[in-house]
Write a protein that binds this ligand. Structure first.
Ligand SMILES: [Zn+2]
Length: 727
């Protein structure tokens, strides 16, 4: 998966060769009693990217370092954070193999970690444990981990550790998502060399909870045979992976009957539990604020092997009496997956930090309304993937003056961008109105009805899910026009994952942009050439002075430096819009000396490590068009502003902000700002005190970004036809 962890893809070729040609009794027994699917690399272009860098830098100071930039176009290391959302093509392909085609009982996920500490980390994995995981999974993990430990110790491999670092809480990884599908996900983490260059490693007890209090040469219970430090090579990594993979297949071959039976038992147990649940099915009603996100949620559930039902479409004699919508019964083998994605999570009070995030609850994160059915109504039929339809209004009347597009659907913003690409005239209603039909009002887009716009819209509506209403009479309404935004995505030379996911979002919604890297910023790069700049989450230090390693073997400067910052300030002062996410909002509030204070600091006694919180939004503000009054946000100890001067767009109000995950001392958030816009010269800065595009998963807050970009190119609407002369 991870392209800088290069051992596994080297191992896989050797392993395939050995399985094919090794005639030993052991190998033949494995082949006759198991089915082994081998994924040599799930990110081959990332692998090439790392190999090319390694070859280029051989013999230089940078030999063995990680390449600057992301080894997955959008996700970098986050290509292993996508296993419930399936944004990436690679994740979708493998997910299909796992949950719909092959149903493996055990998944072996091979990684490399830092270079110090144990040579190999295997199961059992670490606390905290997600209560939805079937206990059989824990038993099997322990059993398999012990076998690998025994087998490798017998072969004199030193430094094997279990029960450390990698937790059992989180859902979104290649080895963790399978737990919620009754599959045993085994993580192996082997110590790294310097890519393919050997490294000399001292003995240490790094990677253990107790590392601060235990001497580096102490004997530890979970590393019965310690490693004493030595030269560490790529060949050592491949060797240890080869031995552990063989050990795994051996125990699978021997325990074949038990493993299969356990898989069956877990599935059956899940169905039985579902039949006892008070919630018999989660229902996604057809009446949704954002129908495109509701449709997307169903698509990703089904891609993960979840069965979904809907009322029979043919009118029977007995009309359907339940809620009109899509039904997800809990009595199915992947029940744990359904509950884990629908029910709010509560990470326990503990000293242990989560390995990744604490919450991902999809309906909240995606802004999708759901209900719980206590009974399964009669008349449901199962659906297959390509059958998801959403009953939206797609009214493109021939005699229309305008087509009005519903701003509540995320898909609408993709359609708007494509219309602008075709130079089709688009404006937006900017004030409340009661004269228009079908709740058309503030925030709705108006597309002048022409043959061209009608044909283009008809085509776009085949693949986008939104309401379109024909308007014959407009009356006196206030509206604004806009053109295509000249948008810059500011990236750092070293590359950062939040930047990658921002690119993913812009590409997915077809918003054009130019990438400017901090190291490429020339004087006068920005002023009057662009309308808006997006700064994804990055610390002030990295933004200004770059990341270590970025300058290695690379003549570029790294970081904006003082001149770059001055340019950015001049850009905003002259009328530009600066859009900042998370850490970047904190950095810019300070560097632009805005009149507000970030209240989150190490002594605030506050923490919310990757949780879902709720905020209220400023009604009728153009940045909130298409948004509900309250929204869930993804929050990861981001800044929270106490604002003296600025327009508060989103804030923590009297209601408890916590939805899912973990929060400590939520009271300090109250009445403080989560999203602010502040004038600066002729322009403005928009500060998001959260990650509105986090991993491409936060569908509930995408529109706040789309509106921010559109706000950079808004002008009062000029009528395109002459007004009658005043009498
Ligand atoms: Zn990894």
């Amino acid at each position: 998966l991870h392209s800088t962890e290069i051992g596994a893809s080297q191992f896989s070729m050797q392993f395939a060769y050995d399985l094919a040609f090794n005639q030993s009794k052991n190998t033949r027994a494995i082949l006759s009693r198991t089915v082994c699917l081998l994924i040599p690399s799930s990110n081959p272009d990332g692998h090439d990217f790392v190999v090319n860098w390694y070859r280029e830098t051989l013999g230089t100071e940078a030999e063995g370092t990680h390449p600057p930039g992301l080894y997955h176009k959008y996700a970098g290391h986050d290509n292993n954070r996508d296993w419930f959302m399936l944004n990436l093509q690679e994740t979708r392909v493998v997910t299909e193999v796992l949950y719909k085609e092959w149903f493996p009982q055990v998944i072996f996920d091979m990684h490399e970690m830092g270079s110090e500490g144990p040579r190999l980390v295997i199961p059992p994995h670490f606390e905290v444990t997600n209560p939805l995981i079937d206990p059989i999974i824990h038993q099997e993990l322990r059993h398999i981990g012990d076998y690998i430990l025994d087998e490798l110790t017998r072969q004199n491999v030193k430094g094997i550790a279990g029960n450390t670092v990698f937790d059992m809480w989180w859902h979104g990884g290649f080895r963790t998502a399978p737990y919620f599908h009754n599959m045993v996900g085994i993580l192996s983490e082997v110590a790294s060399a310097r890519l393919a260059t050997p490294d000399t490693i001292p003995q240490s007890n790094d990677f253990f909870v107790s590392k601060d209090i235990i001497a580096p040469d102490a004997v530890l219970q979970n590393t019965p045979k310690p490693w004493n430090g030595d030269v560490w090579r790529l060949a050592d990594i491949v060797d240890i992976e080869q031995k552990s993979a063989y050990a795994l297949l051996e125990i699978m071959a021997r325990g074949r009957k038990d493993v299969l039976e356990n898989f069956y038992r877990m599935g059956r147990r899940a169905i039985e539990k579902g039949m006892q649940d008070s919630c018999k099915a989660y229902v996604i009603p057809l009446d949704q604020h954002d129908s495109s996100s509701a449709k997307k949620l169903l698509e990703i559930l089904m891609a993960q092997g979840i069965d979904v039902y809907r009322p029979e479409r043919i009118d029977s004699e007995k009309p359907f009496t339940g809620i009109q919508g899509y039904y997800i019964p809990t009595a199915q083998p992947y029940r744990a997956n359904i509950l884990c994605l629908f029910e709010p999570l509560k990470y326990p009070e503990t000293m242990m930090r989560p390995y990744d995030i604490t919450a991902w609850t999809l309906p909240h994160q995606m802004g999708v309304h759901f209900e719980k059915a206590t009974q399964i109504p009669e008349g449901l039929e199962p659906i297959v993937e390509h059958e998801i339809e959403w009953p939206v209004k797609n009214d493109l009347a021939d005699d229309a003056l305008y087509f009005a597009l519903d701003p509540r659907s995320n898909d609408t913003y993709r359609v708007i961008q494509e219309l602008l690409d075709f130079d089709i005239n688009v404006s937006r209603i900017s004030e409340k109105t009661t004269t228009l039909p079908d709740s058309v009002g503030a925030g709705w887009f108006l597309v002048e009805a022409t043959n061209a716009s009608q044909t283009t819209l008809a085509r776009l509506l085949k693949t986008n899910c939104l309401n379109v209403v024909s308007i014959n009479y407009l009356g006196e309404i206030k509206r604004e026009s806009f053109r295509k935004s000249r948008l810059v995505l500011m990236e750092t030379c070293a590359g950062n994952i939040d930047q990658g996911w921002t690119r993913y979002l812009l590409d997915t919604y077809k918003i054009p942009y130019t990438i400017l890297r901090d190291c490429e910023l020339e004087p006068e790069s920005l002023v009057s050439k662009y309308d808006a700049v997006i700064l994804p989450s990055v610390s002030a230090h990295t933004l200004l002075w770059g990341e270590s390693g970025a300058q290695l073997n690379n003549n570029h400067k790294s970081g904006l430096g003082n001149e770059g910052l001055e340019q950015l300030q001049a850009f905003v002062r002259s009328g530009g819009t600066l859009i900042t996410f998370g850490e970047a909002a904190k950095s810019m509030a300070a560097l632009f000396r805005l009149n507000m204070k970030n209240i989150i600091h190490p002594f605030a006694g506050f923490s919310a490590p990757g949780s879902l919180l709720q905020i209220s939004l400023k009604p009728e503000h153009p940045l909130c068009f298409g948004m509900p009054e309250r929204t869930a946000i993804f929050y990861n100890n981001d800044p929270v502003f106490s604002v003296q001067d600025g327009d508060i767009i989103g804030k923590y109000d009297a209601q408890e902000p916590f939805i899912s995950g973990y929060i400590k001392n939520s009271a300090i958030l109250k009445e403080n700002a989560a999203m602010v816009t502040s004038d600066y010269g002729k322009g403005k800065i928009i500060l998001f005190g959260f990650r509105p595009q986090h991993r491409g998963q936060t569908f509930s807050t995408f529109k706040l970004i789309f509106n921010s970009v559109l706000s950079s190119v808004v002008t009062p609407h000029e009528p395109s036809y002459p007004l009658p002369a005043e009498e």
